[in-house]
Design a protein around this ligand. Structure first.
Ligand code: ATP
Ligand code: MG
Ligand code: MG
Ligand code: MG
Length: 472
């Protein structure tokens, strides 16, 4: 069986052999964009290259980018544990052309890698294109030989009863263009409809690879001018691909997640490996470990608060499994064993990550148990909705972030009065402005905070990517 590590390496090798520079993953904290909470796709580190503001020594690149979709514009946190295909933290495999090759090569290589390199049965694959992109249609149909009924045209999703949108843009103006997505059909045993149908949100047809063809520069008046040198930006979810290549339906059944889930089961004494809480813990430990590696510490605002929310959600799942001792930090060792070779920065900081997580576990342990009892009392007399003032009490006194309360409520079929919570929060903000208490890393030993400051940028030639020497 191909392991996730094999797949990561083979992807980079495939494109390296086609003259792509192997570029290391950038941090989860974007260095070039203060408006973006987290790196949520491979293109983030190349944004200035696409805008023409930055030059690199190569025109073709390939990478495996660590991504986080929790908080911010892309937020998959609430899908974790519920769908087969969403994580908070995941790895995005990418290949890039900066004004070099375009649609023909990008499509041909993606097809070659999937069907010849990895021998995926072509009849299980289908693609979407932007509805007016005749060039992409011709390539898929004539060059690749895909039957027309497996090339689905998707528009801008204006009012359509599904979410797909095959036109990509970075912002209201600037580089943009059509995309083409490759889907794998997991078969009629799984509920869900093909892309572009109202059933597309199911997990039968899973999007594995997104090819974006940047060919326009959108003007302030909305018109599209052709870019002088069109670019390619592709992204493929490593975990989704691994599921397909390992003959599994769910990402949580791949080698990497099976190992993490087994470790979570051991630490929590849970015999049923299919338990949803184990999946959530296995997902969240990767997000939390890498956030800390990248210099984020639990706090009550900004990035640090997203980290705190993810940690506390994981701890609550541990609590549901009956755990009353710190356990979450003991998962880090397994993450390191699985991913430390591809991400040397994780291996280097493992102990610091464990200490930071343990400190947050001990802190939340002081209120979690009492908070859960209060939640039960509120739920019993709630009549279907947790009142905003009570959600605020859980937040303020018991350290339950609103989304944690909402997550527990959702499991029990209850709603939360969000507007009421916001109002209570606004009232408190007016009366008490607690300063220092909310600083990032507050409550952690000073030496730990100092050592976890984001690493200085070493320059690409000093780093490694996916276990391969960087050739850039
Ligand atoms: P979906 O429609 O399934 O939510 P997406 O269209 O939001 O996916 P993209 O933004 O196109 O995803 O990201 C490129 C690729 O990254 C996807 O084709 C998929 O393989 C992977 N991916 C996206 N979101 C996630 C996630 N939350 N967890 C794991 N993999 C993901
Ligand atoms: Mg999505
Ligand atoms: Mg999609
Ligand atoms: Mg997509």
């Amino acid at each position: 069986m191909k392991t996730t590590s094999d797949i990561r390496r083979e992807f980079l090798e495939f494109f390296r052999d086609r003259n792509h520079a192997v570029v290391p993953s950038a941090s989860l904290v974007p260095g070039n964009d203060p408006t973006l909470l987290f790196t949520n796709s491979g293109m983030v580190q190349f944004k200035d290259v696409f805008l023409g503001a930055e030059k690199r020594s190569y025109v073709r690149a390939t990478d495996v980018q660590r991504c986080l979709r929790a908080g911010g514009k892309h937020n998959d946190l609430d899908s974790v544990g519920y769908t087969a295909r969403h994580h908070t933290f995941f790895e995005m495999l990418g290949n890039w052309s900066f004004g070099d090759y375009f649609k023909k090569e990008a499509i041909a290589w993606s097809w070659e890698l999937l069907t010849e390199g990895w021998k995926l049965p072509a009849e299980r694959l289908l693609v979407t294109i932007y509805h007016t992109d005749e060039e992409a249609y011709r390539i898929w149909c004539e060059d690749i030989g895909l039957p027309p009924e497996r090339i689905i045209r998707i528009g801008d999703n204006k009012g359509a009863p599904y979410a797909s949108d095959n036109f990509w843009q970075m912002a209201d103006t600037g580089p943009c263009g059509p995309s083409s997505e490759i889907f794998y059909d997991h078969g009629p045993g799984v509920p869900g409809g093909p892309p572009g149908s109202p059933g597309e949100d199911g997990d039968r047809f899973i999007e594995i690879w997104n090819l974006v063809f940047m060919q326009f520069d959108r003007q302030p008046d909305g018109s599209l001018l052709p870019l002088p040198a069109p670019c390619v930006d592709t992204g493929m979810g490593l975990e989704r691909l691994a599921a397909v290549l390992q003959g599994k339906h769910s990402n949580y059944e791949i080698d990497l997640f099976r190992t993490l889930i087994r470790r979570a089961a051991e630490l929590t004494g849970t015999p049923d490996l299919g338990n949803k809480s184990l999946r959530v813990i296995a997902d969240h430990i990767r997000a939390c470990s890498f956030l800390i590696v990248d210099g984020v510490l639990p706090s009550n605002e900004g990035r640090g608060y997203v980290l705190r929310r993810i940690i506390r959600r994981a701890l609550r799942h541990g609590w549901m499994l009956g755990v009353r001792e710190p356990f979450f930090h003991r998962m880090v060792e397994a993450v390191d064993a699985l991913m430390g070779e591809a991400y040397p920065e994780l291996r280097a900081k493992r102990e610091l990550v464990e200490r930071a997580l343990r400190a947050e576990e001990e802190r939340f342990a002081e209120t979690l148990d009492a908070g859960m009892r209060i939640f039960d009392e509120i739920a019993d007399r709630s009549g279907g909705t947790i009142p905003g003032a009570e959600a605020f009490r859980l937040y303020d006194t018991y350290g339950f972030p609103l989304d944690l309360t909402a997550d527990i409520a959702r499991e029990r079929g209850l709603d939360v009065d969000i507007a009421g919570f916001d109002a209570a929060m606004a009232r408190q903000r007016e009366t008490a402005r607690a300063a220092g208490k909310f600083a990032s890393g507050a409550g952690l030993p000073a030496d730990l905070v100092a050592q976890l400051r984001p690493a200085e940028f070493l320059g690409y030639d000093r780093l490694q990517a996916g276990g391969l020497e960087v050739i850039a």
